[in-house]
Design a binder for this molecule. Sequence first.
Ligand code: DAH
Length: 340
Amino acid sequence: MNLKSTKNQTKKEIEKAKSLSDLDNIFKKYLGKKGLLRTEFLKIKKLSKKEKIRIGKELNTLRVFLQKEIAKKAKEFRRKELSKQEKEEEFDITLPGKKIEFGHLHPLTLVQREIAGIFQSMGFEVVEGPEIETEWYNFDALNIPEDHPARVALSLGKTFYLKGGGLMRTHTSCAQIHYMEKNNPPLRIIVPGKVFRAEATDASHETNFYQIEGLMVGRDVSAANFKAVIQKFLEEFFKTSIKIKLRPSYFPFTEPSFELDMKCTVCAGKGCSACKYSGWIELLGAGMVHPNVLKNGGLNPKNWQGFAFGMSLDRLTMMKYKINDIRLFHSGDLRFLKQF
Ligand code: DAH
């Protein structure tokens, strides 16, 4: 083997190499186990000591040369490969980023929490009651007699009776009894929750809606206390001064019973479409808890008295956000929901 021409030959081959695998082949050809250089190394065994040293040295120089050249070229390839990759991965930091979409609370939840917060600030506890009820809790315990039209269909709504017995509660008032059974007065609670009525749905009626029940019981809790609490609540909720009036009404579970109207905040009582040109908005039912109801909750009406009220969360939410159709709440319509 002519070392000089071999050196030139390898140099050319390395220069011509187009890829790492070309280099690999060159490496195998000269430096591999069966490579040319190795064969040459084996040959020198038979030479004289002097020759061995000379040729050995030359072969070694060639080996080092080859290793260096191949490594140099390989490095070049790798650098090219890397910069190609970098170019592919390159991104424009001035491009606007992908927007992460956050969910948010439903308007009914927002208002429920706000209302709860106001009552909590007045010392009321927020509690829940079951949505599936017995006739006892939904009617009897609330002093609603068996032949009362509410139990069949009318004034309090049409009841969804369940096949296996029981019913979907038609109001949150049943929670009053559950709470009285388990707690000793003085009591101060609100009960937000879902109620169910077999209604023909329209812009102001739904088969599912939400109520907020209130109950305050003590030694001398009066209707005046009710007026003060509810007035404060409404002013905090609507963030303006509010005029209210109580109208005599009838509920089996309160005596006396009243309905509360609020002077229309849209027209200041002058009359507009929001208040159906009456100047007043009907807001909620209330009254002094009927002695029979206290008894059914395990309290002695001789020692305890208080007020209760029930209002529609959907209605308050509609008033607050000027929503004109109750069905929007359960519509799942994002054009509606995204506004809150
Ligand atoms: N439960 C009544 C309804 O669903 C609302 C109500 C009226 C609740 C008077 C009360 C109350 O606690 O005192 O229409």
